[in-house]
Write a protein that binds this ligand. Structure first.
Ligand code: NIG
Ligand code: FE
Length: 414
């Protein structure tokens, strides 16, 4: 038994309940101005004002006491949408986009996602592990203690399984909680360009069963977009995935409003991601089903697109989570403080709403709401100490990371 007491911290944490926080509750947090957190074997046993926590600490055998000197403590960030497992960066493509070539045009010409597919197929498992590890450890330094990672740069059964086994190794060999997602439906390979339904058949009949028997991925995701997978194709894939026991996510309405958000509501997926171009009727349908909006503001930033209508989502009662979308193409950042800042400054979220959207709501989006995402008794002691007095520092001190210390299950990890 090892018990540690962190005291004299300005603690701000979402307060959980039976469902993700939405509408007026999107910013539901508790603040303990002179707060303390007591954890034993990595699990929080008391948290709150010092006056309530210190007596509990006195009853226990505390091995270590840390004075946080009034700095701000928040839960570790939960990043619910990444493509951080890749082999090579695509910096030249970024310059092409700046010069005016649209993102989907690059893909159509065999670049974009398909260029990452080539480099991932060529990489050995060891090489892919090394590049992924570097990015994941950087994210950990920025305060991400739980992360979803998608496959989808393999696009053959063999290469998709290779990606998922790399992601599994990241889960086992780093301090983070990692949630693997199978995203074989990320792009249509060039050889199926004229017959994409044949690729959909392969996804359903070969890849999904192979991924299921590998036993690593719990979720299945599809890129529903003009020129990628249509709503009908996405529906076929997701329905098959559901039948085979996967939980569902969907890239919906990232560039065009194809009705992906409506499909998310119809299939009751766990989350719909992007939603830059989603229409109000479909957002309403998502709210009615409680589908989480995983909003990716750095993708709007990098693609120079209008930001997702987060205020509208909150007004309609759609629960909102924020994610990096870290990938080498549309959005290369692993920094949740940057995402937090964009949420506040460019999507007009309050500090409290952005905090919920980067911690507890994404935990719900990954099915980990009982373990991570808030500083509450019984949960893992995953927390950050910031170089600031309140969480506002995350938006206020722009372009830098105010995350000074990262703790996972009560242990200092970065
Ligand atoms: O979420 N939109 C599809 N997937 C990623 C981009 C992947 C890439 O460009 O490599 C996204 O934006
Ligand atoms: Fe994505």
């Amino acid at each position: 038994m090892t018990a540690t007491l962190y005291r004299n911290a300005y603690i701000v944490t979402p307060i959980g309940g039976d469902s993700p926080l939405a509408g007026p509750d999107q910013g539901r947090v508790a603040t303990y101005e002179k707060g303390a957190l007591l954890c034993e074997n990595g699990i929080i046993v008391a948290v709150g004002d010092e006056s309530s926590v210190l007596p509990k600490a006195d009853e226990m055998d505390v091995d270590m006491e840390v004075d946080c000197e009034g700095t701000c403590m928040i839960p570790g960030f939960v990043d619910p949408h990444t493509h951080i497992c890749f082999a090579k960066r695509r910096e030249k493509e970024f310059s092409m986009r700046l010069a005016g070539t649209p993102y989907l045009e690059i893909l159509k010409a065999g670049g974009g996602i398909l260029s990452s597919v080539r480099s991932v197929q060529e990489a050995t498992e060891e090489q892919l592990f090394d590049t992924t590890l570097e990015n994941v450890l950087s994210a950990l330094n920025f305060g991400t203690t739980t992360m979803e990672i998608k496959s989808g740069y393999g696009l053959t059964t063999e290469a998709e399984l290779k990606m998922l086994s790399v992601i599994d190794r990241i889960a086992r060999e780093t301090p983070l909680d990692v949630v693997p997602t199978f995203m074989g439906a990320h792009a249509v390979p060039m050889e199926y360009k004229d017959n994409p339904d044949r690729f959909v058949d392969i996804l359903i009949n070969e890849m999904l069963p192979a991924v299921k028997s590998q036993g690593i991925a719990a979720y299945c995701d599809v890129f529903c977009e003009e020129g990628v997978f249509s709503v009908e194709q996405s529906k076929r894939i997701l329905e098959a995935a559901k039948t085979q026991g996967f939980l569902l996510r969907i890239h919906a309405d990232e560039v065009h409003d194809t009705g992906g958000a409506g499909l998310a509501a119809e299939l009751n997926t766990v989350s719909a991601e992007h939603l830059l171009a989603a229409n109000e009727d479909n957002l309403r349908a998502m709210a009615a089903k409680g589908v989480m909006a995983d909003v990716l503001p750095a993708t709007a930033y990098s693609l120079k697109k209008p930001y997702a209508p987060v205020r509208k989502m909150i007004e309609l009662g759609v629960p909102v989570a924020l994610a990096t979308d870290c990938n080498p193409g549309s959005c290369f950042t692993e920094s949740m403080p940057f995402i937090f800042g964009l949420g506040v400054m460019n999507m007009n979220m309050t500090i409290e709403e952005a905090l919920v959207a980067t911690t507890l709501n994404p935990a719900w989006s990954l099915g980990l709401q009982d373990k991570v995402g808030s500083l509450e008794v019984g949960k893992q002691a995953d927390f950050l100490l910031l170089d600031g007095e309140t969480p506002a520092i995350l938006a206020y001190h722009a372009g830098v990371s105010p995350v000074v210390e990262v703790y996972k299950k009560g242990v200092y990890v970065a």
